[in-house]
Design a protein around this ligand. Sequence first.
Ligand SMILES: Nc1nc2c(c(=O)[nH]1)N[C@H]1C(S)=C(S)[C@@H](COP(=O)(O)OP(=O)(O)OC[C@H]3O[C@@H](n4cnc5c(=O)[nH]c(N)nc54)[C@H](O)[C@@H]3O)O[C@H]1N2
Ligand SMILES: Nc1nc2c(c(=O)[nH]1)N[C@H]1C(S)=C(S)[C@@H](COP(=O)(O)OP(=O)(O)OC[C@H]3O[C@@H](n4cnc5c(=O)[nH]c(N)nc54)[C@H](O)[C@@H]3O)O[C@H]1N2
Ligand code: SF4
Ligand SMILES: [Mo]
Length: 590
Amino acid sequence: MIQSSCGLDCPDACEFSVAEYGSSQLIANTSNNTLCSLLNKELFDAPRIEKPMIDGVEVSLEEAIEATALSLKEKSLLWRGSGNFGVMNEITNLLFAQINGTLTKGSLCDGAGDAGIEEGRGVNRTLPIEQIENAEVVIVWGRNISTTNSHLMPYLKDKKIVVIDPVATPIAKKADLHIQIAPRKDIYLALMLSRFIFMEDSENTEWMDAYAPEYEEFYDFTRTFRLKAILEYLELSLGDIGELISYLKFDKVVILVGIGVQKYSIGHSILHAIDSLASTLGLFGKEGCGVGYLGNSKLGFTNPFEVNTPKVSKVNTPFKDFKTVLVQGGNPAESMPNSKRVQAELESVETVIYFGLYHNETSKRAKIVIPAKSFLEKHDIRLSYAHYRVSQMNPIMDTSIGISEYDFVKELYKRFNIPELKEEQEYINIWLNQCQKPENTLLSPAYQALPYQDGFGKDMDDAFVFIDEFEDYFEDIKEIQKYKKSTNSKAQREEFFLITPKAKHSLNTQFRRDNSVHLHPNLGYENNQELTVSSSYGEYKFIVKHNSNLRLDSLLISANTIGVNILTPDTISQEGEGACYQEVKVRISL
Ligand SMILES: Nc1nc2c(c(=O)[nH]1)N[C@H]1C(S)=C(S)[C@@H](COP(=O)(O)OP(=O)(O)OC[C@H]3O[C@@H](n4cnc5c(=O)[nH]c(N)nc54)[C@H](O)[C@@H]3O)O[C@H]1N2
Ligand SMILES: Nc1nc2c(c(=O)[nH]1)N[C@H]1C(S)=C(S)[C@@H](COP(=O)(O)OP(=O)(O)OC[C@H]3O[C@@H](n4cnc5c(=O)[nH]c(N)nc54)[C@H](O)[C@@H]3O)O[C@H]1N2
Ligand code: SF4
Ligand SMILES: [Mo]
């Protein structure tokens, strides 16, 4: 039996075993019962890049590494994606620190929300699964759990479920209450709920006096918004708010927030407002309570691959400022926002080196292509952003294809005459040795059964800081304060919100790709009809797929759809340097 774990960028971080080396029969083990089709099927079906190439011509690995070394002598950028979540992927940081290269900062993923959590709680700690299991009510807020975090589903069984999502997702359909909110309005919902909780005297004063004493100021802030206008803007009645609050008033309430709510410039404020709502109810540090978002998987670890190099944004990366760009484990030409800009800039770079598994729009633009080893073929350590278990990744097979990140760095160290790297196992041990090890399991050093039980901040002696202002440059708060439904202009009706979530049979741009735009049948377009969707960043043709789970004002184009990011803006969120994929209105034409 060989034990390993899945390296895909997915919160579940499943462990599995195989009966013997070389077998592709994966057997799920202790962490959960079943492995999803991404690991069991898609990963094995996906055609790999097998040979290194320079200018489209097959070369030996030796020649490709030699050419890489030569081009890395020029001004170089490392753009690393999250194609493999194992910690050893970051070893390339050491190389870039040695050659005076540049790395990226910021996030295509959860950065904006993470910043908002830090504003309130000081540190973003993952909510342990036991606390979700102990809850009576689970509020699923902009998170498509059955698709993106499917092994959490069994823990939600027999609980009261409330879903806040513009899409009637599978979990929304089964929920006790679904608020099919319009995109980008969650901040107002969180503030209004808080205000009503104060108005009804349902706030947890005892907890707030101890851990969040500035609550009067927060209540005052929630009262600066005009109730009637905001409720109209939210398309909610007092009855709806009352019903939602009746669930929040249970003793054990968990709020699970996904990245859906924060793909906007104000993403940090949205998470901060949701956390502030949770504090109003005293949901932190209590059995069966808490707010779970995407945690920082490396929290508590000293990272041997942390280096001090110049960094440029990962969201609107200025590729053209570099002579050489090494893309590792990512597909920026498709996964970054504003693809047209990214693709044009990549084309202007003298040498793009693509180090990955699959051909895509990025590899197409690379002068040097170096096949990587997949996580089934190398040693690594797997952390999770949704639980605290740490798993080892061991090779379960080998192919003659490619090179691991460790060996890649080792080869380049030789060519740059940089003193020898530590052995691979030594780096792995640095991670392992930092883990907590109760009863033969490995847990992150950051694990606490009840995060924030003693307080907030790094030393757990700070108070929770409520949101007390926010600024929105995309939608005018003053206009919202005057909102009346009838003010909807024709122009507004022709513009749609773009919802761009994850898809079941793909992992971001890996595996199955799509070409559809989902829209409500009542909009009057034919199923399977081709149409053009455009934004101020570009336009692309998609095939219509009727989807009555959507609102009439929203189009859905999933993250694995070819062309989706032609439409998305490369705006950087106000805090957290995050991408704002949904901060855009789109139009339809035939
Ligand atoms: N199968 C599969 N699993 C994955 C991935 C994958 O590509 N495929 N990707 C992985 C990665 S990298 C990540 S970061 C996680 C992300 O996992 P999730 O957090 O679940 O992310 P999304 O699928 O982007 O969106 C979640 C939900 O937000 C809703 N939403 C969109 N806009 C809004 C809004 O303004 N307000 C509210 N309330 N809801 C909104 C969407 O309708 C969707 O149901 O999933 C991981 N898991
Ligand atoms: N429209 C839209 N765009 C989005 C999102 C969205 O929801 N909507 N989500 C965003 C989010 S949350 C994320 S996290 C990003 C992800 O964006 P990226 O980080 O670019 O991830 P992928 O598109 O999955 O591409 C990963 C690539 O890594 C390579 N790879 C896999 N394993 C290995 C390995 O072991 N070694 C090496 N060297 N390479 C490997 C594969 O070739 C694969 O093509 O996308 C973002 N883009
Ligand atoms: S992709 Fe996620 S759910 Fe599927 S096996 Fe990997 S970690 Fe588990
Ligand atoms: Mo992500």
